[in-house]
Design a protein around this ligand. Structure first.
Ligand code: F6P
Ligand code: MG
Length: 474
C-alpha cells in the first residue's frame, strides 16, 4: 500500500459507486453461478472421495456468499502454498479486517476471486478445476456469427495484402495501413464488451448483438478518448528504424473466448504487417473475474477452432441445434488457425503468465513487487492492457478528477517509466481519467448516464470506451 497514490479509492460503502452494486447484487449472483457449475460437475463424479470433497467446496462457496450478503468481516486467506497469500493477508490486516460492505472495491474483488481459488487449490481432487470454464466456452460458442465474420474479413485482408500495394504512393500505403490498424484496434477494444463478470445472464442473441461489425460501427462515436494513432506511429517508426531487430508487442490479456479470439486477430495482424516481430500474450495464472484468460483457455480456444464444425454444431443443453458451417467458413477459420499455429511454432506468438496479475494491488506497485516483470515489460515496444480491471489497476481504482491526465494517473508506469502503454477499455467502473473538461458532465446528462444523482452511471455499462496511450520511453 505504501506505493499507492493518495487519491482515495472507490469503496463498496459508497452507494453512488458501482462498487456498491457489485457487492450487493453482482457478487452473490457470481458465487451462485459457481455453486451451480460445481453442482453439475459433482453430479457426474463416481469416485466417492472426490464427490464428497466437491460437496464440501460447494458448502464453502455458500458460506462465502453468506458472508458477502451479511456484511461479515473478510477473514485471512488460508495458505495454499503460493507466495501471494502472505501479501493478501498482510494487506487485509493493514486495512483493519474490513467488512464486505465497507472495503475498497479493488482489494475486496481480488480477494473474492483469490478466496474462491483457495477452495480448489487446497483440495486433493479439484486443484485445477476452473469453476468458470463452462461459462467461458459456452459464450464463445454463442459468438459464432462474429467469429465467422471476422475470420472471413481477416482472410480477405490478408490475401489483398499479399497482392501488394500496386500503383499507390508511399503516403497512400501508410494511410491505408493506419486505417487498418485503427480498425484492428477497434475490433480488439469492443471484444471487451463480452466480459462475463458484468454480463451475468446474456442470451445467445444478446451476445451476438454486441459483437458484429454493425455494432462496432454504431459504437465508433462512443470511444471518448482514442489514442490509437499515437500507438501506430511508434510501431511504424520502430519498423522503419529497426527493421531487422526484435520488436515486441505485449498484450496483457483480459477475457477468454471471443475477446481472446479478437486479441489473437490483432496479434496475427501485427505480426503479418511486420508492425511487431514477436507478440507476448500475458494470461492470468488462476481463474479470475469469471472470464479472464488462463493458459488452458488458450488451448481450449485453439482446440475448438481446430474442429469448428463439431464445436459450433454440437447440440447444447436446451436441445437447440445449429446449422452446419459452410466449406467457405471452414476454410476461413482454418486460414486463421494455420497462421496462429505457425506463429506459435516459430516462437513469434508466446504465452507468458505471471503471478503479479492476480495480486490484489494496483500497478503502481509493479516496480517494487515484481521488478522482474517490470524489467521484462520495458523490453517491449508497446504494452497493450486489455479491459476494465487492468484500467482500474493502472489507476488504482481511485476517484481521480476525470480530467487528470492518463500519464499522471498511472504513476510509476507513466512518463519516463521505460514502458509504452496503450490501454483498451470499455468503461465498466467509476474511475475514468484523461477526459476533456466538461465531458463527464455531458455524459452524465445522456440517457442512463446518472444525471444529477451524483453517480457516474454512464461509466458502468460498457457502452463507452477509452483507448489511452502513454509513451514512457520518450
Ligand atoms: O464493472 C464490472 C466489472 O465486473 C468490474 O468488477 C471489473 O473491473 C470488470 O467488470 C471486469 O471487466 P473486464 O473483464 O473488462 O476487466
Ligand atoms: Mg475480465
Amino acid at each position: 500500500m505504501e506505493f499507492d497514490p493518495k487519491t482515495p479509492q472507490y469503496l463498496t460503502s459508497d452507494e453512488k459507486s458501482f462498487a456498491s452494486v457489485s457487492v450487493c447484487d453482482r457478487w452473490p449472483v457470481i458465487i451462485t453461478g459457481a455453486i451451480d457449475d460445481l453442482h453439475r460437475t459433482v453430479g457426474d463424479v463416481t469416485d466417492a472421495e472426490k464427490r464428497n470433497e466437491g460437496k464440501e467446496i460447494i458448502e464453502q462457496l455458500a458460506k462465502l456468499k453468506y458472508e458477502v450478503q451479511h456484511n461479515r468481516q473478510l477473514t485471512p486467506l488460508p495458505d495454499d502454498g503460493e507466495p501471494d497469500i502472505e501479501g493478501y493477508n498482510k494487506e487485509l490486516e493493514q486495512r483493519g479486517f474490513p467488512t464486505w460492505h465497507n472495503v475498497p472495491w479493488l482489494y475486496s474483488e481480488c480477494y473474492l476471486y483469490r478466496r474462491i481459488n483457495t477452495l480448489f487449490t487446497r483440495s486433493k481432487h479439484w486443484k485445477d478445476y476452473d469453476v468458470f470454464a463452462r461459462q467461458k466456452m459456452s459464450t464463445f460458442k454463442s459468438s459464432r456469427p462474429a467469429v465467422l465474420e471476422l475470420a472471413g474479413r481477416y482472410k480477405a485482408l490478408a490475401l489483398e495484402a499479399e497482392k501488394g500495394p500496386a500503383g499507390k504512393t508511399p503516403e497512400e500505403i501508410e494511410q491505408a495501413e493506419r486505417i487498418l490498424f485503427a480498425e484492428m484496434c477497434e475490433i480488439c477494444l469492443w471484444g471487451n464488451a463480452t466480459d462475463l463478470s458484468l454480463l451475468t445472464n446474456l442470451t445467445y442473441e444478446d451476445i451476438q448483438k454486441l459483437q458484429g461489425s454493425e455494432a462496432r460501427k454504431a459504437a465508433e462515436k462512443n470511444i471518448i478518448v482514442n489514442d490509437t494513432d499515437a500507438a501506430y506511429d511508434v510501431l511504424r517508426d520502430a519498423r522503419k528504424t529497426r527493421k531487422d531487430s526484435e520488436r515486441r508487442v505485449d498484450i496483457v490479456l483480459d477475457n477468454a473466448g471471443f475477446e481472446l479470439f479478437v486479441d489473437l486477430i490483432l496479434a496475427g495482424y501485427l505480426l503479418s504487417a511486420n508492425l511487431a516481430t514477436t507478440v507476448v500474450l500475458r494470461p492470468k495464472s488462476i481463474p479470475w473475474f469469471v472470464s479472464d484468460v488462463i493458459p488452458k483457455d488458450f488451448t481450449d480456444l485453439l482446440g475448438a477452432l481446430a474442429d469448428p464444425q463439431a464445436f459450433y454444431t454440437a447440440p447444447d443443453d436446451t436441445g437447440r441445434t445449429y446449422e452446419p458451417l459452410t466449406d467457405r467458413e471452414l476454410s476461413e477459420i482454418k486460414f486463421l488457425l494455420d497462421q496462429w499455429s505457425k506463429f506459435h511454432e516459430e516462437g513469434k506468438l508466446i504465452l507468458r503468465p505471471h503471478r503479479f496479475w492476480t495480486t490484489p494491488g494496483c500497478y503502481w506497485r509493479l516496480p517494487h513487487v515484481a521488478p522482474d516483470l517490470f524489467e521484462d515489460l520495458k523490453e517491449s515496444e508497446l504494452v497493450l492492457f486489455k479491459g476494465d480491471l487492468n484500467y482500474r489497476k493502472l489507476t488504482n481504482d481511485a476517484a481521480w478528477d476525470p480530467t487528470t491526465p492518463f500519464t499522471t494517473a498511472i504513476g510509476p508506469l507513466g512518463l519516463k517509466s521505460g514502458i509504452r502503454i496503450l490501454s483498451f477499455r470499455t468503461c465498466k467502473a467509476d474511475v475514468v481519467v484523461g477526459l476533456p473538461p466538461g465531458e463527464d458532465e455531458r455524459l452524465r446528462q445522456t440517457p442512463g448516464g446518472g444525471g444529477d444523482s451524483g453517480a457516474r452511471k454512464w461509466a458502468w455499462s460498457g457502452k463507452w470506451a477509452v483507448v489511452s496511450f502513454c509513451d514512457g520511453k520518450a
